[in-house]
Write a protein of this length. Structure first.
Length: 293
């Protein structure tokens, strides 16, 4: 039984006990056995385990290894060599790669028109010296992997993902903070007054800028099980603006009518009995002219 952590094999449980791999960043450093014994691993720039104390390993360019030399859990390019099939389970079990045959057992679902390449069974497109393929899909130039791990590449990616999560949280808060009314009545007819108010509210306030995360950072987060905050989908805004465009003439008439009613109420006196009487008007009381008071 195999267990993985951050996309790398971490533990193998078997009848004799279990074996654990201690990773330092993305490099296998030591193998811990259930007997409490520790074996330090010597690896190259592609994470191929070259040796442990009192043992050594040698590989062909495609990763073939004499199993009699193998006492460590990891082997070529930091992958586990299954003793039963004498193959590597690339992509955490996605498909098996046989170093003796120099090819995969099954075709790549990204071939031939996507990143998998024309040959759906080939390993690293025939160049295993300068490339690795830990996913079972796409080759990765080995020197790029080494260079990127220098200078805190992992830290920078994690910081970008963390900043994206904070920005998307603020975005979700901004688009959900305004209360809205339903655009439709219970019987399914359009509620034009609500639609008018909603459309005016959306048009009067600026839409927050949607944060973005690169495909590489998204893939890194998925590989290392880093949670990405989902964005809220503002369906009500899209629905409102679409309906407002469809019923534009009716909303214009409704807006004009509501404006006229508001102006009429504004200029209508509170006392309709005498619409022209003010405190400066005079009137005859008991035969005398007086100012209103």
């Amino acid at each position: 039984m195999l267990f993985y952590q951050h996309g790398k094999i971490s533990t193998q449980v078997h009848e004799q006990g279990n074996s654990r791999i201690l990773w330092v960043q993305e490099t296998p450093a030591a193998q811990l056995e259930s007997t409490q014994s520790v074996s330090f691993l010597k690896s190259d720039h592609n994470n191929s385990v070259l040796g442990i104390p009192v043992s050594w390993k040698g590989y062909t360019p495609y990763g073939y290894l004499n199993l009699e030399q193998s006492t460590a859990l990891l082997a070529f390019n930091g992958e586990r060599l299954d003793p039963a099939t004498e193959a590597y389970a690339m992509g955490n079990g996605y498909r098996l790669y046989n170093p003796a045959l120099q090819r995969f057992y099954s075709p790549d679902n990204l071939s031939p028109f996507s990143e998998g390449g024309v040959n759906c069974y080939a390993y690293c497109e025939g160049d295993p010296i300068n490339n690795t393929d830990s996913t079972g899909h796409v080759k990765t130039p080995s020197f790029i992997k080494t260079i990127k791990n220098i200078g805190g590449r992992k830290t920078r990616k994690v910081e970008r993902i963390k900043r994206y999560n904070e920005d998307i949280t603020n975005y979700n808060t901004a688009i959900n903070k305004h209360s809205t009314r339903p655009n439709l009545k219970q019987n399914g007819n359009v509620h034009f007054k609500n639609l008018l108010e909603n459309s005016e509210a959306y048009e009067s306030r600026a839409q927050p800028v949607l944060p973005s995360l690169s495909n590489k950072d998204s893939a890194y987060a998925e590989k290392h099980k880093i949670t990405i905050t989902p964005k809220s989908i503002d369906d009500h805004r899209a629905e409102t603006l679409k309906m407002a465009s469809k019923y534009e003439r009716m909303l214009d008439k409704l807006s004009f009518r509501l404006h006229e009613e508001a102006m009429s109420v504004r200029h209508t006196p509170q006392n309709p009995i005498n619409t022209k009487r003010t405190m400066w008007d005079t009137h005859n009381a008991n035969g005398k002219w007086q100012y209103n008071s």
